[in-house]
Design a protein around this ligand. Sequence first.
Ligand code: B1M
Length: 215
Amino acid sequence: EEYLKEIASALREGKKKRVTALTARALDAGVDPRSILSDGLVAGMTAVGEDFSCGRVFVPEMLMAARCMNAATELLKPRLAAGASEDTDNRPAGTVCLGTVKGDLHDIGKNLVKIMMEGQGLHVVDLGTDVPAESFVQAAVDHHADIIGCSALLTTSMDEMRQVVRLVRADHRLDNVKILVGGAPVTQEYCDEIGANCYTEDAASAARAAAVMLS
Ligand code: B1M
């Protein structure tokens, strides 16, 4: 699709108005919102990440790209949530406390996980970014959570997840709470190593996994 390439390159260049205009046009043209997300916006983000790794762009450009992504996601949100709920006949009720771990300010992936989970009918308590392990625990107690969801994008922050698992397992008020982990540096091996319940690669599968855990 021509739209998707254009969305990716406009995002890579940090052109917010163009990204939102193209996203709106693609939606009007009937392009699947999920492919706008993955083959347009996320593809553009991946290119920005590569540009950053090579020293072609710096933090301000990553920030501009993030703003493009957030603006376009607002447009996609109702369609993505609707798309997700169509796949489920009986929606499980449950509460997820979701956040990005301490030391980490990346929230785009976490926000997508939230949208998809809400699309599955789950109640999501968004703890935001830079969330210490202790705050995940406190929030899970306060909100009677069924699931704690941790996102991390930095190899230097992801080990906070180990701390979350340790504190949750040591707290008998949280005996039935499941821990779901994800984010680019996280792997199934890491999930197994720290003893979390589940790892998923993307937002849609995180929402499906959460629904399965609750059913
Ligand atoms: Co940052 N950054 N960044 N950054 N940034 C990365 C992550 C990096 C890979 C770029 C690179 O070097 N190529 C690199 C990390 C290297 C590493 O540790 N391995 C990096 C770095 C180094 C940094 C800084 C340290 C840069 C600096 O200051 N020198 C700094 C750290 C700040 C901090 O957090 N303390 C920093 C800052 C930033 C910005 C603030 C400028 C901005 C974030 C803005 C924001 O989020 N509001 C930013 C951005 C935009 C990126 C890239 C370009 C894009 C991230 C993104 O949103 N991707 C990124 C490069 C890249 O990803 N290719 C990069 C799109 C998003 C949809 O994907 O979040 O992976 P993602 O989510 C996916 C899956 O991972 C999964 O679902 C989503 C897809 O459906 N998922 C889950 C995510 N969470 C999940 C949870 C689950 C399940 C699945 O269950 C609970």
